[in-house]
Structures are given as structure tokens and as C-alpha cells.
Unconditional design. Structure first.
Length: 670
């Protein structure tokens, strides 16, 4: 048997913040019978927003895994955060989804996060339903939103419903197809509805040659032909069905669930395949410890199985496998290919760990790139150890935090996406750990890159016993290349296990360059290496590698790179001149402005460092009528007059004697 015996869907719900994502999830759980009463985001009682900070702020901070059954099909549903500061949670959820629902507000339309998520969904080829919510709100305009979807997202978005009334008169959309194929003639009366049905038939028919021929000859398609072809096109992500609703009143939610089980594909898990899965989310249970959420792609897991963690090279035993519904859970004892469940007993599991074989596990799509760093401060020295432990636990659950603990300086630094995340971190430290933590103002994360090619050399032969000789060739690479490392040293000169140790230490050595920033976009080749039969110890390469790399960076020199945002800005035409002047002052660039419908649209690049407060200022500059969409645009060379250095954390390998002592745990008094 190649697929799980029961029918199953793995679906993520995505949206820009405040588009109604969590409210829609709550309605789905209620109307499917998974919960007995409706919760409220505003009142802090939503099923999937169970963290204290989520209830207080009324926003989703962590992805929440829940499930429901609809028309005898079980659906694993992941409600993801909508705020850009928590994009890393969205990133991890995307990796394990087979289908998606992207919610768009009928009032605000396509927003910044909507575009970011859409691009990721397309890069991964995930079949997607578009659900236009809040049709009951003042200002709802489904035609305008559909135009935006087709202009900014995809030109193959096709409504499978028609809207005849909006705002206070909205009572639901008219279905254009009969899903259950009861043979009843749809009660299509209004010309607008009939026109929408014709457009749907046009869009579906072009993806099936036989169907298109029949459609052209007969001028119409019955549901018996249209529905299977629509399902096939949606499953293949050739078409993106559009539905309409008002989730706060429960209108359109049942039809959305119908579309989820009909138009989104079942997982392609193989029970007979080798064990293969991934940990995509971590939680902590107060009594049972670490909880690892696993999507299984092949094989079967059972309670008490001893499972190999491919990433860490360890084996850990499962104590329980549970299905999670918000704060409720059920011990199911087994996890089969294609399914998602919470696994207990893996105390060392980390996000991104592959269990079993890596074959069959899809690659990740990088969305979140933390561009800011903050330093944490605590009330008194007695709390120091607890603060370190708490942040390390949070970093296990969100690796993008990249907590950098500098014991010798008693400092903690974190990478963050934005100021809202910093506020939430402070609240989580207080509510979850009982610790009062404050943060410095966020500062931009710059990077360094070599100016020219050069070599780095180290001969670490004193004080005995030690022996490690290395020579690195360092060359600059184009922007966005990252690090490329290789070795041309023969194994008789430098044993393979020692070469592997050097390879592991090179990325660590590049975490701080000459100015204290990470070093990127370079090629490093180990061109010479030598060990000693008696004197060499594996620790020697830990000591020597950073010394050789830093020596090379001194010889090549480094220049500063700054993070850039690719932006799309829309403003009423009368504010265009003022906005362009602001962009120039921020060292921003823009293409030729496009004027459409009384609004000016600008696209270009903007340095993060100069535009931290620009989203807030845009409102006052345009009297609240400007909109800004930004994406991470990579790192670019800083202008010559821009200089930024960061105090080095820990001992500098260029201070060789102190570095050797520190690395050999011989520093005293710290």
C-alpha cells in the first residue's frame, strides 16, 4: 500500500496580519465539530492562540498545529503567524504542507506579507486556494481585490464562486459548480453569475485538450466534466481557485472546507519506503519535556521505537506519539507516512532535524532573514544563568534567533526580524520563565567580504604538545554566493579526519571578520596542511583554523556589505514628489514611476539602515494613504562613506597567545 489507509490532507493557513486567519481557523474547528464553542482573537480565547503573549496581543506568534474531520477526510491544519516579524514560523510550516489556503482581506486587498508568502508557495509548487475574507466589512470590494490578485500574484486565479452583494448585505457567495455532482441544474439567474461560470469553464478547459475541444464545439461544460478537470488543475497548481466569505460571521467557511478536501491534494506518503521525516516545530510539555512535531514522508513510527536522527548522528527512543488539537492531545501510538504528529521522548531534537533517511524530505525555502541584532540585559547577576538557559530553549524552538552567548563578556546577543518580535520576546521571558529582560535598540546586521584574493597561514606548533600547519587561499565571490569551501591537500599530508575538522571550523571562524561582522561571498581553498604523527591533537585544528582564516582576511582586506530591501510603494499622486525626495535621502533607488488610477507606484531598493522608521513615517507623509511592500533584497556594497564596526565577542584569533590560551581553556579570571 503506497498511501495511508485513511484520506488525509496537510494544509497551512497563511495571510498578512489581521486578514482573519486565526478567526477562519477557529470557525473551521467549530463548524467541523472539533471544538464546542467559538473562541475570539480579540478576547484571547482562540483555540490556536494559546500562548499567553498571543492572547494578550491578539496576534499569532507561533505556528499552531490542529486537526479536523470534514466529509470523512482528516485534515492536519497549521495556523501560521501573519506578522512579518514571525516569518520564520511560516518558513518552517511551508516545508511540510501539501496544500495551502491564502487569506486576503476584501478591504485591504493584497498586502506585503501576502506577496512574500505567495512567492514562497509558488517556489515550492504548493497547490493553493485563495480565500477573500471580510466581504461583510465596509469598503469590501471583491472585484478590486481579484484585479490585485491577478496583477500582483497570479493571472490564473479563477473564482469558483460569484459575489452578488457586499458589506452589510453580504450573505454568502453563489457556487459556480455542484461539488457533489447531484445532477441538479445550478440556479444561475443573474448575468454576472453566468458570466463568472463561463470564465471558470474557459480557465479550466484550456488545461485539458479533450475538454477544450468539447467546450468549443458545445459552448458549455456540465459539472460532471468541469469538476474533475478543476480538481486536477488545482492539484497540479495550474489554477488557483478563489472563494469568498466573512469568517467572523461563519459565512463561507463550510464551502471553504469543501474546497480544501476537494481541491487540495492528499499527501504522497509511502508506508513501505524507508523511514524519512523532519522535525518542523518544537514545544515543551511541563511534565513530558520536549515535544517534536514531525512530518513523516516515508515509513511508520510507533511508540517505543528507537529512531536515528540523521542530522545529529544519534538514536533516541519515542515515549509517545500524540495528535494535538490546540491544547488538547490524544496518544495515537503510531505515525504513518504522509501524516503529522507530536513525538515525545526526543530530548535532543532540534528544528530541521531529519529522522531516518534524508531522501524524500523536501528542501527548505528561505523566507526569513533576520537583519537586526539586539543585546539582552537582565535584572541582576543571580538571574544570569537562568536567562542564558531560557534563551537557549527559545532558540531551540526558533533557530533564527541565533542566540550568541559570550561567557567571557557575560553577554547575550540575538538576531531578530523587527521590533514587534523584540517586544514579544520580553513578554515570553516574563510569562514563561518569570524573568525580566530588557533589550537595547535593534541595530542592523552588516556583513564583510574580501576585497581581493590572498592567503592565510598558520603554524601552530607551540606550546607543545601541538602541531597544526594550514594555508588557505581566499578569493572574493559575487554577491549572494555565500561560502564555498574545498581542499586540495592530500590525505597523507593531512589526515581526512583532520581535514573534516578544519571544514567544520571554517564557518565558525567567519562569524566575525575584521570589523566584527559575519564574512560572506568568498571562496576558501585549503592549499596546504600538515599534521604530526606524535604531537597533533584534534583540538589543534579548533585552535589553528580561525588563526589561519583571520590571517588571510588581514591580507585580503574586507569591505562592508549592508542589507537591502526590495520595495514596492504606492501613494496618491499628489504625494509622489515628497516620497521620491524621502527615498533619495535614504539612499534608495527607484525605477521610472508608474501612474495608475491617480496613484503613483514606485519600485526599487532601499538600505535597511536608513529606513528602519520609514514604514511608520509613510503614514504621516501620505496622510495614511500610502502602502509599502518590502522583501529582503540581499546584501550590497556599502558606500565608501558608510562605516560600521562591532565590538568583537570573545578573544580575537589575531591575538595569538591569548587565543591559544582561551581555546585551550587556560584563561584565568574570567
Amino acid at each position: 500500500m503506497s498511501n495511508p489507509s485513511r484520506q488525509l490532507r496537510n494544509v497551512g493557513i497563511f495571510a498578512h496580519v489581521d486578514a482573519g486567519k486565526t478567526t477562519t481557523t477557529e470557525q473551521i474547528l467549530y463548524r467541523s465539530g472539533s471544538i464546542r464553542s467559538l473562541g475570539s482573537v480579540d478576547e484571547g480565547t482562540a483555540q490556536t492562540d494559546w500562548l499567553e503573549v498571543e492572547r494578550k496581543r491578539g496576534i499569532s506568534v507561533r505556528a499552531a498545529v490542529t486537526r479536523f474531520v470534514w466529509r470523512d477526510i482528516e485534515v492536519n491544519l497549521v495556523d501560521t503567524p501573519g506578522h512579518v516579524d514571525f516569518l520564520s514560523e511560516v518558513e518552517r510550516s511551508l516545508r511540510v504542507m501539501d496544500g495551502a489556503v491564502l487569506i486576503i482581506s476584501a478591504v485591504e486587498g493584497v498586502q506585503a506579507q501576502t506577496e512574500v508568502i505567495w512567492q514562497a508557495l509558488r517556489d515550492l509548487g504548493i497547490p493553493t486556494l485563495l480565500y477573500v475574507n471580510k466581504l461583510d466589512r465596509i469598503g469590501a470590494d471583491p472585484e478590486r481585490v481579484l484585479d490585485e490578485i491577478r496583477r500582483l500574484l497570479t493571472d490564473v486565479a479563477v473564482p469558483i464562486q460569484a459575489v452578488t452583494k457586499v458589506e452589510a448585505d453580504f450573505a454568502g457567495a453563489v457556487d459556480l459548480v455542484d461539488w457533489e455532482l447531484r445532477g441538479e441544474t445550478p440556479s444561475i439567474i443573474e448575468p454576472a453569475v453566468q458570466a463568472a461560470r463561463d470564465q471558470l469553464a474557459d480557465a479550466v478547459a484550456v488545461h485539458d485538450d479533450a475538454l477544450l475541444e468539447r467546450y468549443l464545439s458545445e459552448g458549455a461544460l456540465p459539472d460532471a466534466d468541469l469538476v474533475p478537470a478543476l480538481i486536477a488543475a488545482s492539484n497540479a497548481a495550474n489554477l488557483f481557485p478563489v472563494l469568498y466569505g466573512a469568517s467572523s460571521r461563519g459565512i463561507g467557511v463550510d464551502k471553504l472546507m469543501d474546497a480544501i478536501v476537494a481541491l487540495l491534494p492528499a499527501p504522497a506518503g509511502h508506508l513501505e519506503a524507508p523511514l524519512s521525516g523532519i522535525v518542523f516545530k518544537l514545544d515543551k510539555d511541563p511534565t513530558m519535556g520536549r515535544v517534536a512535531y514531525v512530518r513523516l514522508y516515508g515509513g511508520t513510527l510507533r511508540n517505543r521505537d528507537l529512531v536515528r536522527n540523521d542530522m545529529q548522528g544519534i538514536e533516541e527512543k519515542i515515549t509517545q506519539i500524540r495528535k494535538i488539537d490546540g491544547q488538547r492531545s490524544e496518544d495515537v501510538g503510531v505515525l504513518r507516512a504522509g501524516d503529522i504528529a507530536a513525538v515525545y521522548g526526543w530530548s535532543r531534537a532540534r528544528i530541521g532535524d531529519v529522522v531516518g533517511s534524508a531522501e524524500g524530505v523536501p528542501g527548505a525555502r528561505r523566507l526569513a532573514e533576520p537583519l537586526l541584532t539586539v543585546q539582552a540585559h537582565w535584572r541582576n547577576e543571580a538571574e544570569y544563568a537562568n536567562v542564558v538557559a531560557a534563551f537557549q530553549e527559545l532558540a531551540d524552538e526558533d533557530p533564527q534567533l541565533d542566540v550568541q552567548w559570550v561567557p567571557e563578556d557575560r553577554e547575550l546577543h540575538l538576531k531578530v526580524m523587527g521590533p514587534i518580535q523584540v517586544e514579544v520576546l520580553a513578554q515570553m521571558m516574563a510569562s514563561r520563565f518569570g524573568l525580566e529582560v530588557t533589550f537595547d535598540e535593534p541595530s542592523v546586521i552588516y556583513k564583510e567580504t574580501p576585497v581581493a584574493a590572498g592567503e592565510g597561514f598558520v603554524a601552530y606548533t607551540m606550546p607543545k604538545p601541538c602541531w597544526a600547519i594550514l594555508r588557505f587561499r581566499i578569493e572574493p565571490l559575487p554577491r549572494g554566493s555565500g561560502l564555498s569551501y574545498s581542499s586540495v591537500v592530500r590525505t597523507e599530508r593531512l589526515l581526512e579526519r583532520y581535514q573534516n575538522e578544519v571544514a567544520r571550523r571554517v564557518p565558525e571562524a567567519l562569524e566575525q571578520g575584521l570589523r566584527g561582522w559575519p564574512v560572506t561571498d568568498l571562496k576558501i581553498t585549503l592549499v596546504e596542511g600538515e599534521h604530526h604523527v606524535w604531537h597533533t591533537h584534534p583540538l589543534d585544528w579548533v585552535v589553528a583554523t580561525p588563526m589561519g582564516i583571520m590571517d588571510g582576511l588581514v591580507n585580503t582586506g574586507t569591505k562592508l556589505l549592508e542589507p537591502m530591501l526590495s520595495y514596492r510603494l504606492s501613494t496618491p499622486e499628489e504625494f509622489g514628489g515628497k516620497i521620491m525626495s524621502e527615498l533619495v535621502l535614504m539612499r534608495g533607488t527607484f525605477d521610472t514611476p508608474v501612474v495608475r488610477g491617480g496613484r503613483m507606484e514606485l519600485e526599487g531598493m532601499l538600505p535597511v539602515a536608513t529606513s528602519l522608521d520609514f514604514p511608520a513615517r509613510l503614514g504621516s507623509l501620505t496622510k495614511g494613504r500610502g502602502t509599502l511592500t518590502t522583501f529582503f533584497g540581499g546584501y550590497q556594497d556599502c558606500p565608501a562613506d558608510v562605516e560600521a564596526t562591532r565590538a568583537r565577542r570573545g578573544v580575537n584569533p589575531l591575538d595569538t597567545s591569548k587565543w591559544i590560551l582561551a581555546t585551550r581553556n587556560a584563561l584565568s579570571g574570567e
